[in-house]
Design a protein around this ligand. Structure first.
Ligand SMILES: Cc1cc2nc3c(=O)[nH]c(=O)nc-3n(C[C@H](O)[C@H](O)[C@H](O)COP(=O)(O)OP(=O)(O)OC[C@H]3O[C@@H](n4cnc5c(N)ncnc54)[C@H](O)[C@@H]3O)c2cc1C
Ligand code: SF4
Length: 500
């Protein structure tokens, strides 16, 4: 009996469960050129994944594994050839994180047995999350996070949270006032392998979105570990206070930039959490930054993954608010965006395939929500735009958190905000042709008229969200003439030829 291991492109760890289950058996990695044309991807995302795969294949070879690296139009023929050539009787693969890929594996016709090994790249398995969620009235992240802190003994003193409280969010919302000097991110020069992938992606014409160069992301575990160390040493101390801030020309501020590496398997979430916790104990860092970051990885990331496997298959099609506006063309070409906050965020996304959490949530998703864009079109764009995008992480983040299209499985109210929020948490409004204070008139900011129009259009459904009642009272107080103009501006924005 010969066992062969198929390593998927986001399972690039020597400790992953399928590799762990054997010693030095044949291994295959496959770049499928057809697979990447089924959805859109940022050019840098393709370079990252393929370069990381090619580097990982080299690492396996150096560790004396028998490695086949196939570049093929599709997975099945490449697997068939390899299975026959190596006399493989059982193909082992670690369960994919993405549901659509599980279907790809199920539909394979191969002359051998196929075994899926449970995925060990997350702290909670899908089954463990289900056991946690079963029978609960509320699936709020906060409860899940607390359970995770206790289960993995992270920032705990016995049964109590270190510092006497679970959550330091209230200390972590500083606006970007005064002179801020965030440290530069740690970038890498492409080596020969990465340069070859850049050439392949360019000549293959697999994608049309995003700049391919400069490509500066790490592509190996060793580089990912350097980014983790760099984050702990230079960024973590200020991560908390400026977590929600946005500044022109400072694309990454004190953010970790670790999601691409975590999502590829180059880093394991537990080692990231442990590195942060041990820095806290050794360097006596501020607990609000440390807890704030651990909440993201132990809380949000695990929660999003668990929820993705928990919700029904129709989750991606949800459209709670019945929004159907098409995506404006500026999403694909930042030069067309005249709203400065959107222009800056979209421009940096084209340039580096990255925007930080608040840019994704409070600029891109918020606008899409209040402007009534189709959730599926928005989710498709997010999948195409970001370096760290995968089905498992997009669905719940975009459909659930960003757009409330799931009707509140994940969030207790929609993340909808007017220009007031953008003006407070960024410097974008200073360079904008619109006025963040105006909701009517020539210079009215679209975030304002869309926000009030959104509340107005969905008043009855929002009334049942207790946390919206205060803002709905303000809507009730608005003069009828003003509301009429707001409705008109919102409607006409989608038909540029008829704008007032
Ligand atoms: C609409 C929307 C779309 C998003 N799309 C993605 C995506 O495609 N891929 C992705 O990895 N994250 C996504 N996120 C979550 C989050 O924005 C990114 O993980 C984060 O911006 C990555 O940058 P960072 O590593 O510098 O983050 P930091 O804020 O510096 O670090 C926090 C870490 O915690 C994890 N994390 C925090 N929040 C989340 C979350 N909601 N879901 C999953 N992980 C989380 C990430 O691994 C991240 O590296 C999305 C969020 C929103 C609101
Ligand atoms: S004024 Fe409005 S559109 Fe302009 S940057 Fe501010 S929020 Fe964005």
């Amino acid at each position: 009996m010969t066992i062969g291991i198929w390593v998927l492109g986001d399972q690039l760890s020597l400790d992953q469960a399928a590799l762990n289950s054997v010693t030095r058996q044949p291994v295959i990695l496959i770049e499928s050129t057809q697979h990447v044309t089924e959805r859109s991807y940022h050019r840098q995302k393709l370079v990252l994944v393929w370069s990381a795969m090619r580097h990982f294949a080299e690492e396996l070879r150096q560790a004396e594994w028998d490695v086949e690296y196939a570049i093929a139009s599709d997975f099945e023929p490449a697997l068939q050839d390899w299975v026959k050539a190596k006399g493989i009787t059982e193909l082992r693969v670690m369960q994919p994180s993405d549901r659509p890929f599980a279907q790809v594996i199920q539909s394979l016709h191969l002359p051998c047995k196929i075994t899926q090994v449970p995925n060990n790249q997350f702290l909670w398995t899908a089954a463990e999350f289900q056991a946690w969620a079963k029978g609960r009235k509320s699936l709020l992240m906060e409860y899940f996070y607390r359970e995770g802190r206790q289960r993995f003994q992270v920032l705990m003193e016995g049964k109590q949270p270190v510092g006497g409280t679970w959550n330091f969010d209230k200390d972590n919302r500083k606006p970007p006032k005064g002179k801020l000097n965030p440290p530069p991110p740690l970038w890498f020069e492409p080596d020969a392998i990465t340069q070859k992938v850049i050439d392949d992606v360019q000549s293959g014409g697999f994608s049309t979105y995003g700049q391919i160069e400069p490509f500066r992301w790490g592509v190996t575990r060793s580089q990912a570990l350097q980014v983790l160390r760099h984050f702990v040493e230079t960024r973590l101390p200020m991560f908390g206070p400026y977590q929600d801030a946005m500044l022109t020309g400072e694309e990454t501020l004190w953010h970790a930039m670790l999601s691409p590496y975590l999502n590829l398997g180059l880093l394991h979430p537990l080692e990231v959490i442990q590195a942060i916790e041990s820095a806290y104990h050794q360097q006596q860092l501020d607990l609000s930054s440390v807890e704030g970051f651990i909440r993201q990885v132990l809380g949000w990331r695990e929660y999003m993954h668990g929820l993705y496997h928990y919700v029904d298959e129709d989750y991606p099609q949800r459209n709670h608010f019945n929004h159907h506006q098409p995506l404006p063309s500026f999403f694909w070409d930042a030069t067309q965006a005249d709203m400065n906050c959107l222009h800056q965020t979209l421009k940096q996304t084209e340039e580096m395939a990255y925007a930080h959490h608040i840019q994704r949530l409070m600029i891109l998703s918020n606008f899409s929500l209040i402007a009534g864009l189709s959730p599926q079109a928005v989710e498709n764009w997010f999948h195409a735009a970001f370096i760290d995008a995968y089905d498992w992480v997009m669905q719940t983040n975009v459909i659930g958190m960003g757009l409330f299209a799931d009707g509140g499985i994940l969030a207790s109210k929609p993340y909808a905000a007017s220009a007031n929020y953008v003006n407070k948490m960024s410097d974008y409004c200073k360079g904008c042709r619109y006025k963040p204070t105006d909701r009517t008139g020539e210079q009215a900011c679209p975030f304002n008229f869309f926000y009030w129009d959104f509340l107005d259009r969905h008043r009855s459904s929002l009334q049942s969200q207790g946390r919206m009642s205060f803002i709905l009272k303000n809507l009730d107080k608005m003069p009828e003439a003003e509301l009429t103009e707001i409705r008109q501006r919102a409607r006409q924005w989608h038909q540029p030829d008829e704008r007032i």
